[in-house]
Ligand binder design. Structure first.
Ligand SMILES: NC(=O)c1ccc[n+]([C@@H]2O[C@H](COP(=O)([O-])OP(=O)(O)OC[C@H]3O[C@@H](n4cnc5c(N)ncnc54)[C@H](OP(=O)(O)O)[C@@H]3O)[C@@H](O)[C@H]2O)c1
Length: 264
């Protein structure tokens, strides 16, 4: 299927590895001009080289930006616009929050969690929307988690703050749908990245099980019997970014191998 993404401009933050890099790679393979970012200059440069190697697309640009810092986000938006012009597609991704139970998390952890998981999305969206409104075309795609449907033990920040992101996406769909912009979310389950390994280590520490056992235990809940890949999330994001998905607006789409059992 031709997605018609050639020449579109895309911003994918938190993309030096994992899901963000997977999405950026698929968008670059589809011919988008892509800006990627992360906190570490070396990692994001490596990621850019990897995208170039895998896709042959030379129009991939990297910037350093910590998504918990307002001025970094403002600078990222400015630099991205200078490089690729207005942003057609915001494929919002962010770093993983600190794991922890309610008893373990401090006030400072909560404030950091809100900056990382919610305010970064608000600020990036504010930065890209005016150009989308002017063009009367835009795609907002928010990477969230299955935690929206079912809270995950020891991930209190994710369980709580990401629900606000879902509210934001749905509200944007209503406000900006009439202006040719769609806003949707992706609720991914277990996707094979460093974050999955980090979570398995966390379970191992808490339960005394080995990391391998902890990882296996996670998969016992997944009918597909495996973790998803970052490419699979990337293909979903690319479809949502395309004109073919023009009538999908205000949706939260699961990609979890059948893990969440509820019907709605
Ligand atoms: N993998 C899963 O199974 C899964 C499931 C549900 C939800 N999620 C969520 O999906 C998102 C991506 O997960 P992932 O598995 O791809 O994680 P990952 O492999 O650990 O990659 C995280 C990316 O975020 C960047 N990052 C971290 N903190 C940042 C910050 N403050 N500002 C800017 N960039 C930052 C990292 O680069 P630098 O270190 O260079 O900054 C890296 O590129 C996370 O929010 C995660 O919690 C993941």
């Amino acid at each position: 299927m031709e997605l018609g993404l050639k020449g579109k401009t895309a911003l994918v933050p938190a993309a030096s590895k994992g899901i963000g890099l997977g999405i950026a790679t698929v968008l670059a393979a589809e011919g988008c001009r892509v800006v990627i970012s992360s906190r570490d200059q070396n990692s994001i440069e490596r990621a850019k080289k990897q995208v170039l190697q895998q896709t042959g697309n030379r129009e991939v640009y990297e910037f350093k930006a910590d998504l918990t810092v307002k001025s970094d986000i403002e600078q990222l938006i400015k630099s991205a616009k200078q490089k690729i012009g207005g942003i057609d597609i915001l494929a919002y991704n962010t770093g993983p929050p600190k794991p922890g139970t309610f008893a373990e998390l401090t006030d400072a952890d909560w404030e950091e969690g809100v900056r990382l998981l919610l305010m970064s999305a608000v600020r990036l969206t504010k930065g890209v929307l005016p150009g989308m409104v002017e063009k009367r075309w835009g795609r907002l795609i928010f990477v969230t988690s299955t935690t929206l449907r079912q809270p995950i033990p020891n991930l209190l920040l994710s369980n709580t703050v990401r629900l606000s992101l879902a509210g934001l996406s749905k509200s944007l769909a209503t406000e900006y749908g009439p202006k040719g912009i769609t806003s949707n979310g992706i609720m991914q389950g277990h996707i094979l990245t460093d974050r999955q390994r980090q979570l398995a280590e966390d379970v191992s520490k808490r339960t005394g099980k080995s990391v391998e056992e902890a990882a296996k235990q996670v998969l016992a809940e997944v009918p597909a019997g495996r973790c998803g890949t970052v490419d699979e999330v990337g293909y979903l994001a690319a479809f949502l970014a395309s004109d073919k998905a023009g009538y999908i607006n205000g949706a939260m789409i699961s990609i979890d191998g059948g893990m969440i059992r509820s019907v709605f």
